[in-house]
Design a protein. Structure first.
Length: 422
Protein backbone atom coordinates (compact mmCIF):
# COMPACT_ATOMS: atom_id res chain seq x y z
CA UNK A 1 0.00 0.00 0.00
CA UNK A 2 1.25 3.47 -0.87
CA UNK A 3 0.30 6.79 0.64
CA UNK A 4 1.31 8.90 3.63
CA UNK A 5 -0.29 9.17 7.06
CA UNK A 6 -2.10 12.29 8.22
CA UNK A 7 -0.38 13.80 11.24
CA UNK A 8 -1.28 16.18 14.06
CA UNK A 9 1.25 18.67 15.46
CA UNK A 10 0.38 21.06 18.28
CA UNK A 11 -3.28 20.30 17.74
CA UNK A 12 -3.18 21.15 14.02
CA UNK A 13 -3.87 18.67 11.24
CA UNK A 14 -1.16 18.17 8.60
CA UNK A 15 -2.40 16.51 5.42
CA UNK A 16 0.01 15.22 2.75
CA UNK A 17 -0.88 15.27 -0.94
CA UNK A 18 -1.24 11.46 -0.86
CA UNK A 19 -3.09 10.66 2.40
CA UNK A 20 -4.08 7.14 3.36
CA UNK A 21 -7.85 7.01 3.86
CA UNK A 22 -9.05 3.92 5.72
CA UNK A 23 -12.55 2.75 4.78
CA UNK A 24 -15.01 0.21 6.13
CA UNK A 25 -17.25 -1.10 3.36
CA UNK A 26 -20.17 -1.75 5.71
CA UNK A 27 -22.90 -4.35 5.86
CA UNK A 28 -25.81 -4.78 3.46
CA UNK A 29 -25.81 -2.00 0.87
CA UNK A 30 -22.30 -1.02 1.94
CA UNK A 31 -21.21 -3.15 -1.03
CA UNK A 32 -23.09 -0.72 -3.30
CA UNK A 33 -22.64 2.71 -1.74
CA UNK A 34 -18.98 2.53 -0.66
CA UNK A 35 -17.51 1.94 -4.16
CA UNK A 36 -19.79 4.71 -5.47
CA UNK A 37 -18.45 7.12 -2.86
CA UNK A 38 -14.85 6.23 -3.69
CA UNK A 39 -15.39 6.81 -7.43
CA UNK A 40 -16.94 10.22 -6.83
CA UNK A 41 -14.25 11.36 -4.39
CA UNK A 42 -11.45 10.11 -6.64
CA UNK A 43 -13.04 11.91 -9.60
CA UNK A 44 -13.38 15.16 -7.66
CA UNK A 45 -9.79 15.08 -6.41
CA UNK A 46 -8.46 14.38 -9.91
CA UNK A 47 -10.62 17.11 -11.42
CA UNK A 48 -9.79 19.69 -8.73
CA UNK A 49 -6.04 19.11 -8.49
CA UNK A 50 -5.02 17.61 -11.82
CA UNK A 51 -3.10 14.68 -10.36
CA UNK A 52 -1.19 16.70 -7.75
CA UNK A 53 -3.23 15.09 -4.99
CA UNK A 54 -4.54 11.55 -4.59
CA UNK A 55 -6.46 9.54 -2.01
CA UNK A 56 -4.99 6.13 -1.12
CA UNK A 57 -7.72 3.81 0.12
CA UNK A 58 -7.01 1.16 2.76
CA UNK A 59 -9.77 -1.28 3.68
CA UNK A 60 -10.51 -1.98 7.33
CA UNK A 61 -12.92 -4.58 8.66
CA UNK A 62 -15.99 -4.29 10.87
CA UNK A 63 -19.39 -5.94 10.99
CA UNK A 64 -20.16 -9.09 9.00
CA UNK A 65 -17.11 -8.73 6.78
CA UNK A 66 -14.91 -8.76 9.90
CA UNK A 67 -16.57 -12.00 11.04
CA UNK A 68 -15.74 -13.59 7.67
CA UNK A 69 -12.15 -12.33 7.85
CA UNK A 70 -11.38 -12.88 11.55
CA UNK A 71 -13.85 -15.44 12.84
CA UNK A 72 -17.18 -15.76 14.63
CA UNK A 73 -17.88 -13.02 17.14
CA UNK A 74 -15.15 -10.66 15.93
CA UNK A 75 -17.24 -7.74 14.71
CA UNK A 76 -14.69 -5.04 15.45
CA UNK A 77 -11.06 -6.26 15.35
CA UNK A 78 -8.47 -4.44 17.43
CA UNK A 79 -6.52 -3.83 14.22
CA UNK A 80 -9.36 -1.66 12.88
CA UNK A 81 -9.31 0.61 15.91
CA UNK A 82 -5.50 0.75 15.83
CA UNK A 83 -5.51 1.76 12.16
CA UNK A 84 -8.04 4.56 12.73
CA UNK A 85 -5.96 5.83 15.64
CA UNK A 86 -2.87 5.77 13.44
CA UNK A 87 -4.34 7.38 10.32
CA UNK A 88 -6.65 9.79 12.22
CA UNK A 89 -9.52 9.51 9.70
CA UNK A 90 -11.81 6.85 8.27
CA UNK A 91 -15.04 6.61 6.32
CA UNK A 92 -17.52 3.79 6.68
CA UNK A 93 -20.66 2.36 5.17
CA UNK A 94 -23.62 1.29 7.34
CA UNK A 95 -23.02 -1.33 10.03
CA UNK A 96 -25.72 -3.63 11.38
CA UNK A 97 -26.42 -4.14 15.07
CA UNK A 98 -28.94 -6.88 15.97
CA UNK A 99 -31.93 -5.75 18.03
CA UNK A 100 -32.15 -7.31 21.49
CA UNK A 101 -29.24 -9.45 22.61
CA UNK A 102 -25.95 -10.02 20.84
CA UNK A 103 -23.28 -7.47 20.08
CA UNK A 104 -23.16 -3.89 21.26
CA UNK A 105 -23.69 -1.23 18.60
CA UNK A 106 -20.51 -0.97 16.55
CA UNK A 107 -21.22 2.69 15.87
CA UNK A 108 -21.49 3.45 19.59
CA UNK A 109 -18.38 1.36 20.29
CA UNK A 110 -16.32 3.35 17.79
CA UNK A 111 -17.53 6.64 19.24
CA UNK A 112 -16.87 5.60 22.83
CA UNK A 113 -13.49 3.92 22.27
CA UNK A 114 -12.11 6.78 20.17
CA UNK A 115 -13.85 9.51 22.22
CA UNK A 116 -15.54 10.88 19.11
CA UNK A 117 -17.58 13.30 21.16
CA UNK A 118 -19.07 15.32 18.29
CA UNK A 119 -21.66 13.85 15.94
CA UNK A 120 -21.74 16.41 13.14
CA UNK A 121 -24.83 16.25 10.91
CA UNK A 122 -25.33 19.00 8.30
CA UNK A 123 -28.85 19.00 6.85
CA UNK A 124 -29.66 20.89 3.65
CA UNK A 125 -32.09 20.59 0.78
CA UNK A 126 -31.07 19.80 -2.78
CA UNK A 127 -33.61 21.19 -5.30
CA UNK A 128 -35.40 18.40 -7.12
CA UNK A 129 -35.48 16.08 -4.11
CA UNK A 130 -39.01 15.03 -3.08
CA UNK A 131 -39.91 16.48 0.33
CA UNK A 132 -43.05 16.53 2.49
CA UNK A 133 -42.52 20.25 3.19
CA UNK A 134 -43.91 23.10 1.12
CA UNK A 135 -40.65 25.04 1.43
CA UNK A 136 -37.87 22.54 2.16
CA UNK A 137 -35.27 25.01 0.92
CA UNK A 138 -35.65 26.80 4.27
CA UNK A 139 -34.03 23.82 6.01
CA UNK A 140 -30.29 24.47 6.29
CA UNK A 141 -28.87 23.45 9.66
CA UNK A 142 -25.80 21.87 11.15
CA UNK A 143 -26.42 19.60 14.14
CA UNK A 144 -23.76 19.15 16.83
CA UNK A 145 -24.91 16.10 18.78
CA UNK A 146 -23.02 15.17 21.94
CA UNK A 147 -21.75 11.68 21.27
CA UNK A 148 -20.21 10.24 24.43
CA UNK A 149 -22.66 10.75 27.30
CA UNK A 150 -26.41 10.64 27.99
CA UNK A 151 -28.18 7.27 27.79
CA UNK A 152 -25.79 6.12 25.05
CA UNK A 153 -23.13 5.67 27.72
CA UNK A 154 -24.93 2.37 28.29
CA UNK A 155 -25.43 2.39 32.07
CA UNK A 156 -28.56 0.32 32.72
CA UNK A 157 -29.79 -2.84 34.39
CA UNK A 158 -32.57 -5.17 33.26
CA UNK A 159 -35.77 -5.54 35.26
CA UNK A 160 -35.74 -8.43 37.72
CA UNK A 161 -31.96 -8.69 38.00
CA UNK A 162 -30.08 -8.53 41.32
CA UNK A 163 -28.24 -5.46 40.00
CA UNK A 164 -31.47 -3.56 39.32
CA UNK A 165 -32.81 -4.53 42.74
CA UNK A 166 -29.62 -3.32 44.40
CA UNK A 167 -29.72 0.06 42.63
CA UNK A 168 -33.42 0.52 43.41
CA UNK A 169 -32.87 -0.38 47.07
CA UNK A 170 -30.04 2.16 47.29
CA UNK A 171 -32.15 4.88 45.67
CA UNK A 172 -35.10 4.24 47.94
CA UNK A 173 -33.31 3.54 51.21
CA UNK A 174 -30.24 5.78 50.97
CA UNK A 175 -31.42 8.60 48.70
CA UNK A 176 -35.07 8.81 49.68
CA UNK A 177 -36.34 8.31 46.13
CA UNK A 178 -40.11 7.78 45.99
CA UNK A 179 -40.80 8.16 42.25
CA UNK A 180 -40.24 4.50 41.27
CA UNK A 181 -43.83 3.32 41.07
CA UNK A 182 -43.22 -0.40 40.39
CA UNK A 183 -39.79 -1.19 41.87
CA UNK A 184 -40.06 -4.96 41.56
CA UNK A 185 -40.51 -4.81 37.77
CA UNK A 186 -38.51 -1.71 36.89
CA UNK A 187 -35.45 -1.62 34.71
CA UNK A 188 -33.06 1.15 35.73
CA UNK A 189 -30.86 3.43 33.66
CA UNK A 190 -28.47 6.23 34.59
CA UNK A 191 -27.98 9.29 32.38
CA UNK A 192 -24.56 10.96 32.82
CA UNK A 193 -24.27 14.53 31.51
CA UNK A 194 -21.12 16.36 32.56
CA UNK A 195 -20.06 19.99 32.46
CA UNK A 196 -16.85 19.05 30.64
CA UNK A 197 -18.64 16.91 28.06
CA UNK A 198 -21.26 19.56 27.43
CA UNK A 199 -18.73 22.39 27.24
CA UNK A 200 -16.46 20.78 24.67
CA UNK A 201 -19.41 20.00 22.40
CA UNK A 202 -20.93 23.48 22.68
CA UNK A 203 -17.52 25.09 22.20
CA UNK A 204 -17.11 23.27 18.87
CA UNK A 205 -20.59 24.37 17.79
CA UNK A 206 -19.88 28.03 18.56
CA UNK A 207 -16.48 27.89 16.87
CA UNK A 208 -18.10 26.38 13.77
CA UNK A 209 -20.80 29.06 13.66
CA UNK A 210 -18.26 31.86 13.99
CA UNK A 211 -15.92 30.33 11.41
CA UNK A 212 -18.74 29.96 8.88
CA UNK A 213 -20.35 33.30 9.78
CA UNK A 214 -23.68 31.75 10.69
CA UNK A 215 -26.23 33.75 12.69
CA UNK A 216 -27.07 31.54 15.67
CA UNK A 217 -26.35 28.55 17.88
CA UNK A 218 -29.38 26.96 19.52
CA UNK A 219 -29.01 24.81 22.63
CA UNK A 220 -31.75 22.17 22.44
CA UNK A 221 -32.59 20.44 25.72
CA UNK A 222 -35.35 19.10 27.99
CA UNK A 223 -34.22 21.08 31.01
CA UNK A 224 -37.74 21.82 32.14
CA UNK A 225 -38.02 18.16 33.20
CA UNK A 226 -34.41 16.97 33.61
CA UNK A 227 -33.23 20.06 35.42
CA UNK A 228 -29.73 18.97 36.41
CA UNK A 229 -28.68 17.00 33.33
CA UNK A 230 -30.30 18.71 30.36
CA UNK A 231 -30.84 21.90 32.33
CA UNK A 232 -27.16 21.76 33.20
CA UNK A 233 -26.32 21.42 29.50
CA UNK A 234 -28.16 24.68 28.82
CA UNK A 235 -26.68 26.56 31.78
CA UNK A 236 -23.14 25.35 31.12
CA UNK A 237 -23.56 26.32 27.47
CA UNK A 238 -24.55 29.88 28.27
CA UNK A 239 -21.74 30.20 30.81
CA UNK A 240 -19.15 28.95 28.32
CA UNK A 241 -20.42 31.21 25.53
CA UNK A 242 -20.23 34.30 27.71
CA UNK A 243 -16.89 33.51 29.35
CA UNK A 244 -14.96 32.25 26.31
CA UNK A 245 -16.45 34.21 23.42
CA UNK A 246 -17.32 37.49 25.13
CA UNK A 247 -18.06 40.34 22.76
CA UNK A 248 -18.47 38.04 19.77
CA UNK A 249 -21.77 36.64 21.03
CA UNK A 250 -25.08 37.69 22.57
CA UNK A 251 -27.08 35.17 24.61
CA UNK A 252 -30.69 34.85 25.59
CA UNK A 253 -29.44 34.63 29.19
CA UNK A 254 -28.01 38.12 28.77
CA UNK A 255 -31.30 39.22 27.25
CA UNK A 256 -33.21 37.82 30.24
CA UNK A 257 -30.95 39.70 32.66
CA UNK A 258 -31.47 42.96 30.74
CA UNK A 259 -35.22 42.41 30.71
CA UNK A 260 -35.25 41.94 34.46
CA UNK A 261 -33.07 45.01 35.04
CA UNK A 262 -34.28 47.44 32.36
CA UNK A 263 -37.48 46.00 30.93
CA UNK A 264 -38.66 44.14 27.85
CA UNK A 265 -38.07 46.89 25.29
CA UNK A 266 -34.48 47.44 26.40
CA UNK A 267 -33.77 43.71 26.16
CA UNK A 268 -35.23 43.49 22.64
CA UNK A 269 -33.29 46.58 21.56
CA UNK A 270 -30.04 45.09 22.90
CA UNK A 271 -30.59 41.88 20.94
CA UNK A 272 -31.31 43.78 17.73
CA UNK A 273 -28.22 45.92 18.22
CA UNK A 274 -26.06 42.83 18.80
CA UNK A 275 -27.35 41.09 15.66
CA UNK A 276 -26.91 44.25 13.60
CA UNK A 277 -23.28 44.34 14.78
CA UNK A 278 -22.78 40.79 13.45
CA UNK A 279 -22.67 39.08 16.82
CA UNK A 280 -23.55 35.40 17.10
CA UNK A 281 -26.85 34.77 18.88
CA UNK A 282 -26.76 31.89 21.38
CA UNK A 283 -30.27 30.81 22.38
CA UNK A 284 -32.06 27.75 23.72
CA UNK A 285 -35.25 25.82 22.95
CA UNK A 286 -37.01 22.95 24.73
CA UNK A 287 -36.59 19.78 22.66
CA UNK A 288 -40.26 19.03 21.97
CA UNK A 289 -40.89 22.64 20.95
CA UNK A 290 -37.85 22.50 18.68
CA UNK A 291 -39.28 19.50 16.83
CA UNK A 292 -42.33 21.65 16.14
CA UNK A 293 -40.30 24.71 15.17
CA UNK A 294 -38.25 22.88 12.54
CA UNK A 295 -41.53 22.29 10.72
CA UNK A 296 -42.99 25.76 11.24
CA UNK A 297 -39.93 28.06 11.19
CA UNK A 298 -36.82 26.11 10.11
CA UNK A 299 -35.21 29.29 8.78
CA UNK A 300 -34.77 30.50 12.38
CA UNK A 301 -32.09 27.89 13.10
CA UNK A 302 -28.59 27.44 11.69
CA UNK A 303 -26.28 25.63 14.17
CA UNK A 304 -27.84 23.37 16.80
CA UNK A 305 -26.03 21.93 19.83
CA UNK A 306 -27.83 19.19 21.73
CA UNK A 307 -27.46 16.07 23.83
CA UNK A 308 -27.09 12.55 22.52
CA UNK A 309 -30.67 11.25 22.52
CA UNK A 310 -32.20 14.55 21.41
CA UNK A 311 -29.66 14.68 18.59
CA UNK A 312 -30.65 11.22 17.41
CA UNK A 313 -34.30 12.22 17.08
CA UNK A 314 -33.61 15.66 15.64
CA UNK A 315 -31.15 14.48 12.99
CA UNK A 316 -33.54 11.90 11.56
CA UNK A 317 -36.53 14.27 11.72
CA UNK A 318 -34.61 16.93 9.80
CA UNK A 319 -33.39 14.36 7.27
CA UNK A 320 -37.02 13.46 6.52
CA UNK A 321 -37.71 17.10 5.67
CA UNK A 322 -35.05 17.17 2.94
CA UNK A 323 -35.67 13.82 1.29
CA UNK A 324 -34.93 11.16 3.88
CA UNK A 325 -32.00 9.63 5.71
CA UNK A 326 -30.47 8.60 2.37
CA UNK A 327 -29.64 12.29 1.79
CA UNK A 328 -28.10 12.91 5.22
CA UNK A 329 -24.31 12.86 5.72
CA UNK A 330 -22.57 12.59 9.06
CA UNK A 331 -19.25 12.58 10.87
CA UNK A 332 -18.01 11.66 14.33
CA UNK A 333 -15.16 13.81 15.59
CA UNK A 334 -12.71 14.13 18.45
CA UNK A 335 -9.98 16.75 18.62
CA UNK A 336 -7.64 14.53 16.57
CA UNK A 337 -9.75 11.80 14.92
CA UNK A 338 -12.70 11.71 12.55
CA UNK A 339 -14.93 8.97 11.16
CA UNK A 340 -17.29 9.91 8.33
CA UNK A 341 -20.28 7.66 7.77
CA UNK A 342 -23.46 6.75 6.01
CA UNK A 343 -26.25 7.68 8.42
CA UNK A 344 -28.81 5.18 7.10
CA UNK A 345 -29.27 1.47 7.73
CA UNK A 346 -27.95 -1.57 5.91
CA UNK A 347 -31.11 -2.36 3.85
CA UNK A 348 -30.15 -6.04 3.36
CA UNK A 349 -33.17 -6.67 1.13
CA UNK A 350 -31.63 -4.62 -1.68
CA UNK A 351 -27.94 -5.26 -0.96
CA UNK A 352 -25.94 -5.97 -4.09
CA UNK A 353 -28.84 -5.17 -6.43
CA UNK A 354 -27.60 -1.72 -7.41
CA UNK A 355 -30.72 0.00 -6.06
CA UNK A 356 -29.19 1.87 -3.12
CA UNK A 357 -28.92 5.66 -2.92
CA UNK A 358 -25.24 6.48 -2.21
CA UNK A 359 -25.89 10.19 -1.53
CA UNK A 360 -25.46 9.99 2.25
CA UNK A 361 -22.00 8.42 2.00
CA UNK A 362 -20.97 10.62 -0.94
CA UNK A 363 -21.91 13.76 1.01
CA UNK A 364 -20.06 12.36 4.03
CA UNK A 365 -17.11 11.96 1.69
CA UNK A 366 -17.40 15.66 0.85
CA UNK A 367 -17.20 16.36 4.60
CA UNK A 368 -14.05 14.22 4.69
CA UNK A 369 -12.49 16.29 1.90
CA UNK A 370 -13.38 19.50 3.74
CA UNK A 371 -11.83 18.06 6.90
CA UNK A 372 -8.61 17.50 4.95
CA UNK A 373 -8.69 21.12 3.81
CA UNK A 374 -9.40 20.09 0.21
CA UNK A 375 -12.30 22.49 -0.16
CA UNK A 376 -12.17 22.69 -3.95
CA UNK A 377 -12.76 18.95 -4.26
CA UNK A 378 -15.45 19.00 -1.56
CA UNK A 379 -17.32 21.78 -3.35
CA UNK A 380 -17.07 19.87 -6.62
CA UNK A 381 -18.69 16.79 -5.06
CA UNK A 382 -21.60 18.79 -3.62
CA UNK A 383 -22.14 20.88 -6.77
CA UNK A 384 -22.09 17.82 -9.04
CA UNK A 385 -24.47 15.80 -6.87
CA UNK A 386 -26.81 18.80 -6.64
CA UNK A 387 -26.71 19.27 -10.42
CA UNK A 388 -27.54 15.61 -11.04
CA UNK A 389 -30.54 15.75 -8.70
CA UNK A 390 -31.74 19.04 -10.19
CA UNK A 391 -31.62 17.39 -13.63
CA UNK A 392 -33.88 14.59 -12.39
CA UNK A 393 -31.06 12.04 -12.29
CA UNK A 394 -31.93 10.27 -9.02
CA UNK A 395 -32.02 6.75 -7.63
CA UNK A 396 -35.13 4.60 -7.30
CA UNK A 397 -35.94 5.62 -3.71
CA UNK A 398 -36.39 9.25 -4.73
CA UNK A 399 -37.82 8.70 -8.20
CA UNK A 400 -40.54 6.38 -6.89
CA UNK A 401 -41.88 9.22 -4.73
CA UNK A 402 -42.53 11.10 -7.96
CA UNK A 403 -44.16 8.11 -9.66
CA UNK A 404 -41.33 7.32 -12.05
CA UNK A 405 -38.39 4.98 -12.37
CA UNK A 406 -34.95 5.94 -11.21
CA UNK A 407 -31.30 5.26 -11.84
CA UNK A 408 -29.27 2.40 -10.49
CA UNK A 409 -26.49 3.13 -8.00
CA UNK A 410 -23.90 2.87 -10.78
CA UNK A 411 -25.93 5.08 -13.15
CA UNK A 412 -26.39 7.74 -10.47
CA UNK A 413 -22.66 7.67 -9.74
CA UNK A 414 -21.92 8.07 -13.44
CA UNK A 415 -24.37 11.00 -13.61
CA UNK A 416 -22.50 12.80 -10.81
CA UNK A 417 -19.17 12.21 -12.53
CA UNK A 418 -20.65 13.48 -15.80
CA UNK A 419 -21.82 16.66 -14.07
CA UNK A 420 -18.30 16.97 -12.71
CA UNK A 421 -16.95 16.94 -16.24
CA UNK A 422 -15.40 13.52 -15.90
Amino acid sequence: MTGTSIQYHNGQIHVPNDPVIPFIEGDGIGVDVTPAMQKVLDGAVTRAYGGLRKLHWRELYAGQKAVVEFGEGVYLPASTLEAIRHYHVAIKGPLETPVGGGIRSLNVTLRQDLDLYVCLRPVRYFPGTPSPLKEPEKVDMVIFRENAEDIYAGIEWAAGTPEAAKVIAFLQQEMGVKQIRFPASSAIGIKPVSQEGSARLIRRAIQYALQHRLPSVTLVHKGNIMKYTEGGFRDWGYALAESEFGERIFTWRQRAALRKEKGREAAIAAEREALAAGKLLVKDVIADNFLQQILLRPEDYSVVATLNLNGDYISDALAAEVGGIGMAPGANLSDTHAIFEATHGTAPDIAGLGKANPSSLILSGAMLLEHLGWQEAADLVIQSLAAAIAAGQVTEDLASLQGRSGLSTAEFTAAILQQMGG
